[in-house]
Ligand binder design. Structure first.
Ligand code: UDP
Length: 497
């Protein structure tokens, strides 16, 4: 990949949404465009930029035309301390709603910036439906960036359109997702509450999903070999123009010397403790347990997970995100951590794990995931089968894709789509169910062997698709070429006026 010298290169502005699951794949997509000769500007706030600026600076120093344009987060106006600008910092519902308010206040300054920057195109996160009008005002294409699967996007669309969950006798009665090529059953409890019944959040989410059809097209962080039937469904039945360009993070990082947040070596030059621990384990013997960047679990659920993992008898690395813990929670987890250290069966990572390095380590043999799309792609890239434990948003759809369609996942048995900040004190999944799922995935049974084989095949396909000539590679080139021709036609039209 070479940087392209041109007097008037295509200028694309990216507008990421501040949560890791949205931001990471968009920044990587921006980097890929820059590496293919596009002039890229990323609009973000200071604290968010600090998580990826080094990578952008390093791309820039290699000759790629990529930069970050900073805007001020209205911390004082919404009553937040400096630096709290990302949904992952929302440790309480109150903080979360302040962060969301701050994000919505950025609309005006961003619109002004779009006018100043005069890009040829904006690639914006799905969470900013207002950018449909902003792009129309500037007469430039708006590209919708969808940070999950085609499968989930189609599920949202057809459930919103046909409402198959209305008029069922209970919230636990099953319905089938309409228009799908596979028979996929769900219960109303597994879809987000704003879709189950209209509530104040419906007015927030509906425009987000509707904005896709009002856009020039959509970039999907997915790949043809993974969900071609749903890619087709999206393009034909829904009339969406889309480009599957994933897995973008594996692609962007392919050329980097080290992956992700470089967890191997600590600042004092020592090998990280988690790595020493993993190095001491047999190949494919460790289960990585993570619920992504936003999920927080109740104390009751943490206790069930701890016992479920311990009772399974398998090795595990578990990422535990700190709530505003009370004393009993603290002492339970500390005792558990101590016991695991002694038995060498388990290792706890507090708050944030170097996920990519752990997944790629030969000792890792599977993952418990909340079915966040990035975690799914990252596990697939490492060829790992999964235990699917969806929590909220589109994660229950992704669970169906993993378990019922791709057959590379074991269902833990989550029943209700519920965000952590809705009031909930009980454990949703019991220790017996957790231990059972772990035994199926990590045990030596036929089911596990077959899932592992299928996951490895998909992992190989995910590597091939981003190589020159692969589907995702070609799609990215086509996407850039199409934007270039649009720019050209617009310039010709302007000069004819
Ligand atoms: N992540 C990480 N360390 C953690 C938790 C998350 O590096 O301890 C990264 C993970 O690799 C993924 C992203 O954060 O790239 C989470 O995105 P995902 O779509 O899986 O879930 P979300 O956080 O959006 O629910």
């Amino acid at each position: 990949m070479k940087s392209q010298q041109s007097h008037n290169p295509l200028h694309v502005t990216f507008l990421p949404f501040p949560s890791p699951g949205h931001m990471i794949p968009m920044i990587d997509t921006a980097r890929l465009l820059a590496k293919h000769g596009v002039n890229v500007t990323i609009i973000t706030t200071h604290a968010n930029a600090s998580t990826f600026q080094k990578t952008i600076d390093s791309d820039f120093s290699l000759g790629y035309s990529i930069k970050t344009h900073l805007i001020e987060f209205p911390s004082a106006q919404v009553g937040l301390p400096d630096g709290v600008e990302n949904l992952k910092d929302g440790t309480s519902s109150e903080i979360l709603s302040k962060i969301n308010r701050g994000i919505s206040m950025l609309r005006d300054p961003i619109e002004v910036l779009f006018k100043d920057l005069q890009p040829d195109c904006i690639v914006t996160d799905m969470m900013y439906p207002w950018t449909v009008e902003a792009a129309a005002k500037l007469n430039i294409p708006r590209i919708h960036f969808y940070s999950s699967s085609y499968f989930s996007s189609c599920a949202f669309h057809f459930i919103m359109k046909y409402r198959p969950h209305d008029n069922l006798v209970s919230d636990t009665q099953k319905f089938t997702i309409p228009s799908f090529p596979h028979t996929i059953e769900m219960t109303p409890l597994q879809i987000p509450d704003w879709l189950r019944e209209k509530n104040p959040a419906t007015a927030y989410f509906e425009p987000i999903y509707e904005s896709e059809e009002k856009s020039y097209g959509t970039l999907y962080n997915s790949f043809h070999e993974l969900e071609s039937e749903y890619e087709k469904l999206c393009n034909t039945t829904r009339g969406i123009k889309s480009w599957s360009v994933g897995p973008v993070s594996a692609w962007a990082k392919k050329d980097d010397e080290k992956k992700g947040d470089k967890g191997h070596i600590e600042e004092n030059g020592k090998v990280a403790e988690w790595l020493n621990w993993l190095n001491s384990k047999q190949n494919e013997s460790v289960l990585y347990v993570s619920f992504g960047s936003l999920t927080r679990l109740t104390h009751a659920q943490l206790v069930e997970i701890a016992h479920g993992l311990e009772n399974s008898g398998h090795n595990f690395i578990w990422v535990v995100r700190k709530n505003d813990m009370d004393e009993s929670e603290n002492s339970f987890l500390q005792d558990f951590e101590g016991r695991m250290k002694e038995s060498k069966k388990g290792y706890i990572i507090w708050n944030w794990a170097p996920q990519l390095q752990i997944l790629d380590h030969p000792a890792t043999g599977g993952i418990v995931t909340h079915c966040g799309w990035n975690s799914i792609l990252e596990s697939l890239n490492a060829g790992l089968p999964m235990i699917a434990w969806p929590m909220f948003a589109e994660q229950f759809y992704n669970e169906k894709l993993l378990v019922d369609v791709l057959k590379i996942g074991v269902r833990v048995g989550a029943k209700e789509n519920k965000s952590w900040d809705s009031i909930c004190v009980e454990a949703m999944v019991r220790r017996e169910e957790i231990a059972k799922a772990v035994e199926i995935l990590m045990g030596s049974g036929q089911e596990s062997k077959e899932m592992r084989m299928r996951a490895k095949k998909l992992g190989d396909a995910s590597k091939r698709t981003i190589e020159e000539g692969g589907h995702s590679y070609n799609n990215l080139i086509q996407f850039i070429d199409e934007l270039k021709s649009l720019k050209k036609s617009k310039a010709l039209g302007d000069s004819a006026d």
